[in-house]
Design a protein around this ligand. Sequence first.
Ligand code: ZN
Length: 325
Amino acid sequence: MTRPIGHRGIVARLESLGTAVRDREHEGVHHAYVFSGPSGVGKWTTAVWWAMSLKCEEATTCDDDCGSCRQITAGTHPDVAFCRPEDSGKPIKIDQIRELIRLMSLRSQRPGPRLALIDAPDGFVVDAQSAMLKFLEEPPGASIIVIVIDNPALLLPTVRSRCQIIRFGTLTKEELISLLTDAGRSAETAGQASAIARGRASKALAYDPEGLELRATLINEFEAVRGNRQADIEPLVTKLADKKNPRDEWLEMLLEWQVAKIEASAGAEVAEANPDLRNLLDGLDPAHTERLISEASKMSFTRSALARQANAKLAIRELLLDIRG
Ligand SMILES: [Zn+2]
């Protein structure tokens, strides 16, 4: 069984809970867990790994390829239910939770508990949470629910108090590098991606050579506009406002770059994350900090405005006009 990278304390605890479940010593084993923490650090991956390890037919010798592990990976295991928003960006529906609770009341078809993994990074509606209460108060037989959520404060107190909260942190740079090397990245790419990703596995993985090149292009286009009154901002407005582009990610990328510049202006070493952009970092000193922070906060506001469905073109044009100075 391939363990998730990082989160060693959590993985060890889940492994020992798994042993207790297998030995049918249900002492200490809860029926509901909340995996919380920053997005992209491996909460969902860990939840799926735990489900696989609880249901695996071969336990320690399995290479994630026994019948059970393969069914879980494919989402077709009869005892393991996944619940994610039906439309991305929309909350999980109450009917999805009702169906999940109905499934959980059935006997498991294979050895080990029934499991439900709920992926609700931004929380889920109160009605859907209420629908879980009865299950949480009187859980049927051997069944375990794992709720994966960034912030557990978004759970009703009645739900939260009936769950064991397991808090995930970000990954260390070394852990990210080993994750990226396992995924086949060169040492150079792994070094740069892990420095940019600030502890988040999903981000580090997104920065493959192509992702890094796209980032450098975008940053160069942004910097060409910055502080240049003659610059034509329209091409960049169109590019950043285009719905077909991952504009949230791109704005976040630019904001992350802006933060790196703020840090560089305060004397921090950020060249490792930006070997190809070093010329843009040269000469930054504390005299620049105030302006950089002011620009960063405008970028952050623009990002929130877009999340609120503001007119993207207008919002981005306004930002770039500000940045142009
Ligand atoms: Zn297996």
